[in-house]
Design a binder for this molecule. Structure first.
Ligand code: GUN
Length: 747
């Protein structure tokens, strides 16, 4: 047992021998993640803020950071320690943890920032890393070359290349100590990519994004977003990404959504010295305040007036605590949002706090290509800041792939309804991902060229309101395709309960859109439907069948009123159910329509209390899938995974590049585990990273997958926690949450 410190907070436990430097993911929301970095001074849970400690001026004692604030890691500057003889002697004799009296994870910087502020530094590339190692830091930093935003492209290129040239020497000097490999590249997309790819080749533990301090100081948040977009996707996913010098809580949500794991900042202390207060809403001056923007524990017994009257040291100290507490609270909100799958929603809310942040957010989410993806739901009558941002976008399509990768990493479905937050809601990345999945995988039943009926005007559930109408229509017009107009876009009627489309938590007028046939036609084309005639039925209180009859007659689709003998209704209902299951198999499990149809052929159903299908039983009597009530999804059973796997033609090659759009119609992606893991998976245990030997390129976090042994036999199924790029790269953590237990079900 570790000793208790004076105040009662236990010192951290060192990680297990083989785990030092490993990073594992606990939860994620697309590119945003909750992780754990394992070190010999405990676990650093991410996203985390590493407060900057100046060993000469300690506004808040590091010990208090540990004891009172639960801060698991901090950053100090090895160059400052190296330059001061007394600090250097102490650190070399007793270690950096003793020098600053802190038991947690200590990261040190190398002096690069000093070179940016003061010109050159006197220390050598090898020397500064050796020094950091010798004083026992947990994560050291190599001496990178700072790239300023005002540098020419040639100068920045040189900074990037010189930094890369220094990697080998630096890593050798680190002798296995975790090392930061900073990414430079200024505001040049290609140079950021070159830096990320070049640095990523070396064995660094963490990749800080460097050269961003002046960009943040100048509030150039759009440039910051571009830096993130161009860099993160090119870094090895199994390493944490650190934002060098970023500690303003207003930026956390957007940066975490774009993939940041670590932040460091002296802002809490520097702003305090200047009588300024940090907050997720922006920065406040103490002189302007009548009440506290956030009521945090350190301030509850003081009014702003009282604090203004305090002496300099007392005031600075109190405001530094205030800033730290507010910053930590925002980080905690961000973590909760990642767990809930709402980090983009939080970024959306924060974007309103500063015009430059709003500009960055709109630039990300409303660029011309993203509007192309969502034309079917963008109402040309909406003239808000979103459409204005689209019109003024100067960059064309060069960012298309980078943004597309963010969308591709999103799990389309959420456990809860989609909370409406204005027009931004329509282009939340997971909504775009859901739409993309639908457009790519859903197909009209008979022909691409068909008549279409659009149900408009009311929120779901539509089955209660419209099932009888749909059944009758299918009898008289078997080729008619029926869609529902949701606030998030068109939804095939067969998928009427699918999250997020069907579960929008907002005012009912959202469902009463004035529909424009031209836009509808374009929207339908994304579903591969070349609509002959489009009929819009406003679902109101009146008799739907009569209303639909007269509309369809008016448009020439029908000659007479819809009259269907009640006796045929059970058969029609059976057809509709079959279609619903087939469409869900195609969209959610990536099955080819032919395969899905053959699986569902002669199926029977167990119907639940609400009249909905509970279980689907195939012709061999196997319970294969169950529709989920919560999100309109489809859960595979163990026998279902077997039936689905039997349709699979070929096995994956090792380490395929992530491409969620590949393998169309080939079923859920497959992940192969090595022999050591097989007996555990068969008993329902999760698949851990380190035991994965191959996977399909369309393996995606949050989606169902099949688990095979190396001989190609099915041993389980579950929900992937990683994508194809990550499956083989991470060495710790859960790769698949297994949902099966073949030791019981396959007896
Ligand atoms: N601190 C703030 N920015 C930087 C950077 O680009 N490199 C290093 N090493 N430290 C920093």
């Amino acid at each position: 047992m570790a000793a208790w410190s004076d105040s009662g907070r236990e010192n951290p436990q060192p990680c297990r021998d083989g785990d030092n430097g490993k990073f594992e993911l606990i939860a994620r929301d697309g590119r945003a993640r909750i992780g754990k970095l394992h070190t010999s001074h405990g676990v650093l849970e991410t996203p985390a803020l590493l407060p900057v400690i100046n060993p000469n001026i300690r506004t808040i004692e590091p010990r208090e950071m540990w004891d009172r604030y639960g801060i698991q890691g901090l950053i100090t500057n090895s160059y400052i320690i190296w330059k001061h003889d007394d600090l250097k002697r102490h650190a070399m004799e007793k270690g950096v943890h003793d020098l600053i009296d802190y038991p947690g994870v200590v990261m040190t910087d190398s002096g690069t920032f000093q070179s940016y502020v003061y010109g050159d530094v006197e220390v050598g590339v090898e020397e500064i890393v050796e020094f950091q190692r010798s004083i026992g830091v947990d994560i050291a930093t190599m001496l990178d070359v700072f790239s300023r935003p005002d540098m020419t492209e040639r100068e920045v290129k040189e900074a990037v290349e010189t930094t890369i040239e220094r990697c080998e020497t630096s890593l050798k000097a680190a002798q296995g100590v975790m090392l930061n490999g900073p990414i430079q590249g200024g505001i040049y997309r290609d140079l950021r990519k070159q830096s990320a790819q070049g640095m990523g080749q070396f064995d660094f533990a963490v990749h800080p994004i460097g050269g961003i301090v002046p960009i943040m100081e100048q509030h150039r948040y759009k440039d910051l977003a571009k830096i993130m977009l161009s860099t993160i996707g090119d870094l090895p996913p199994e390493r944490p990404r650190h934002m060098f010098g970023c500690g303003h809580p207003m930026l956390f949500a957007m940066l975490i959504a774009l993939g940041a794991d670590l932040f460091d900042s002296a802002a809490y202390a520097l702003f305090a010295r200047d009588d300024r207060l940090l907050s997720p809403q922006g920065t406040y001056r103490l002189s302007d305040l009548h009440a506290w923007p956030e009521l945090v524990p350190c301030i509850v017994h003081h009014t702003p007036e009282e604090v203004r009257k305090m002496g300099d040291d007392e005031r600075t100290n109190l405001l530094a605590r205030y800033n730290l507490e507010v910053t930590l609270a925002e980080l905690s909100r961000c973590k909760q949002a990642v767990h809930e799958g709402t980090i983009w929603q939080l970024a959306e809310q924060r974007s309103h706090q500063h015009p430059a942040l709003r500009e960055a957010f709109l630039w990300l989410t409303t660029r011309p290509f993203s509007s192309r993806i969502s034309t079917d739901v963008i109402d040309d009558l909406i003239l808000d800041d979103r459409s204005a941002a689209r019109d003024h976008h100067p960059y064309g399509g060069i960012w298309e792939d980078d943004w597309s990768n963010i969308i591709n990493m999103q799990t389309p479905r959420r456990k809860k309804g989609e909370r409406w937050g204005g027009e931004d809601t329509r282009s939340r990345p997971h909504v775009l991902a859901a739409r993309r999945q639908l457009h790519r995988r859903w197909k009209p039943m008979t022909s691409n060229r068909c008549d279409v009926l659009i149900l408009n005007g009311k929120p779901g559930p539509w089955r209660q309101r419209c099932d009888l109408l749909v059944l009758r229509l299918k009898h008289v017009l078997p080729d008619l395709e029926i869609f529902v107009q949701t606030p998030l876009g068109l939804l095939p009627y067969s998928l009427e309960d699918l999250n997020p489309f069907a579960q929008v938590d907002g005012p009912t007028w959202l469902w009463k859109r004035r529909l424009n046939t031209l836009l509808l036609r374009q929207g339908l084309q994304r579903f591969n439907v070349d609509a002959d005639r489009i009929v819009i039925l406003d679902v109101g209180q009146e008799s739907l069948i009569q209303k639909a009859s007269s509309l369809l007659i008016k448009h020439g689709l029908l000659k007479d009123e819809i009259i269907v003998d009640d006796e045929v209704l059970p058969v029609l209902r059976d057809h509709l159910r079959r279609r619903q299951i087939i469409d869900k198999m195609a969209v959610l499990l990536n099955l080819d329509y032919e395969h899905a149809t053959s699986l569902v052929d002669s199926c029977t159903y167990i119907i639940g209390g609400t009249g909905r299908v509970k279980n689907v039983i195939d012709k061999k009597g196997r319970h294969i899938v169950s529709p989920r009530l919560t999100d309109g999804g489809l859960s595979m059973t163990d026998l279902g995974s077997k039936a689905i796997f039997e349709l699979r033609a070929k096995l994956p090659a090792e380490g395929e590049e992530f491409n969620p759009n590949s393998g169309r119609g080939e079923g859920p992606p497959v992940l192969v585990v090595n022999q050591d893991a097989v007996e555990f998976i068969l008993r329902g245990r999760n698949v851990f990273h380190g035991f994965v030997s191959a996977c399909d390129s369309w393996l995606k976090a949050g989606e169902a997958c099949l688990i095979l042994d190396e001989d190609g036999a099915l041993i389980g199924h579950g929900i992937a926690q990683c994508d194809a790029n990550e499956a083989l790269r991470f060495k710790k953590g859960i790769a698949v949450r297994t949902r099966s237990d073949f030791s019981k079900s396959m007896k």
